[in-house]
Design a binder for this molecule. Structure first.
Ligand code: GLV
Ligand code: GLV
Length: 326
């Protein structure tokens, strides 16, 4: 029997061509809708490999059902949607797609920062809604980005790529991270500081941390109170690193000036969510890595990892590397 592969989203056949014929490939038939969890469970029970996306909760149950499961290739750098401990316990490889999306995600993060500061989305809606009466001195006046202070919380690859863009804008660059980044300090003049100092000094506070038990609600009511009232909060990592109720309050009460959000605790966020009703929120539907070039590369990495595992080779971008230790 050929190994059974289940893709949780409809993908164009050329994207997984090299699996066709050698493996028994099945997929959820919708591109725009998540696979229901019961379908994922019944497919996992048959599958040797799963190709998953960020919105699929790959729970302990999935690994319990997946008696033949050998690899889960997640089309994302983040893997907070996967119960990695359960995978490791069952000896299932979990793979992600690091590196290929770093510059792309940094571009979007900076686009979001610029859009939030300069009210780009609001201005675009304004003109298309036919509201433009005349040039006026403070029409849609926002905040400067150049020469302001950016504070990056989480200086991984994407954080550094954001810092490089900030340098081009003449910004003062602060960062906080578990470990110091001497290269970024030297090349970009980035200054390491404590989390509190980062929060207090930043004009743009950018969340770039993965979601873990330690970072859940890291950006809470206290943080928003400590921020400058002119500051803008940017999040392109995971929604749950911020306490959204506290964020909505802080924005409503003008404790902070604005927010640019590409991610939400629940995705898709419901259209009547309080955050979406605020005029000082620029919201995007989790498109950080969404370019044709990068999404194709991410799929290729997933496909490659699946092929490697199913042909007895080591996966290339393994999350639970402990499985390869002797
Ligand atoms: C997307 O959010 C990712 O983690 O790649
Ligand atoms: C504005 O468009 C200006 O010319 O200052």
């Amino acid at each position: 029997m050929k190994p059974y592969i289940y893709l949780t989203r409809k993908l164009p056949e050329e994207a997984y061509q090299k699996l066709v014929g050698r493996f028994d490939v099945h997929m959820w038939e919708r591109e725009d809708q998540a696979v229901p969890h019961d379908v994922l469970l019944s497919q996992a029970a048959k599958a040797d490999a799963l190709l998953t996306v960020v919105s699929d909760p790959v729970t302990q149950e999935v690994f319990e059902a997946g008696k033949r499961l050998k690899v889960v290739a997640n089309m994302a750098v983040g893997y907070d949607n996967i119960h990695v401990d359960a995978a490791t316990e069952k000896g299932v490889y979990v793979c992600n797609t690091p590196d290929v999306l770093t510059e792309t995600t940094a571009d979007l993060t900076f686009a979001l920062l610029l859009a939030a500061a300069r009210r780009v989305v609001e201005a675009a809606e304004f003109i298309k809604d036919g509201k433009w009466q005349s040039w006026s001195p403070f029409l849609l006046a926002g905040h400067d980005v150049h020469h302001k202070t950016i504070g990056i919380a989480g200086m991984g690859g994407i954080g550094e790529a954001v810092a490089r863009r900030a340098k081009g804008f003449g910004m003062e660059i602060l960062y906080h991270n578990r470990s110091r980044k001497p290269d970024a300090e030297e090349a970009l003049g980035a200054q390491y500081c404590s989390f509190d100092e980062l929060v207090e000094r930043s004009d743009f506070l950018v969340a770039m941390t993965p979601l873990t038990p330690d970072t859940k609600h890291l950006f809470n009511a206290d943080v928003f109170k400590k921020m400058k009232s002119s500051a803008i909060f940017i999040n392109a990592s995971r929604g749950a690193v911020a306490d959204e109720a506290a964020l909505a309050e802080a924005l409503k009460n003008r404790e902070i000036a604005g927010a640019g959000l590409d991610v939400f605790a629940e995705e898709p966020i419901s259209a009547d969510h309080p955050l979406l009703a605020l005029e000082n929120v620029t919201a995007l539907p989790h498109i950080g890595s969404a370019t044709m070039e990068t999404r194709i590369k991410m799929i290729e990495i997933c496909v490659d990892n699946i092929e490697r595992v199913l042909t007895g080779q080591k996966p290339k971008t393994l999350v639970n590397t402990i499985l390869l230790e002797p």
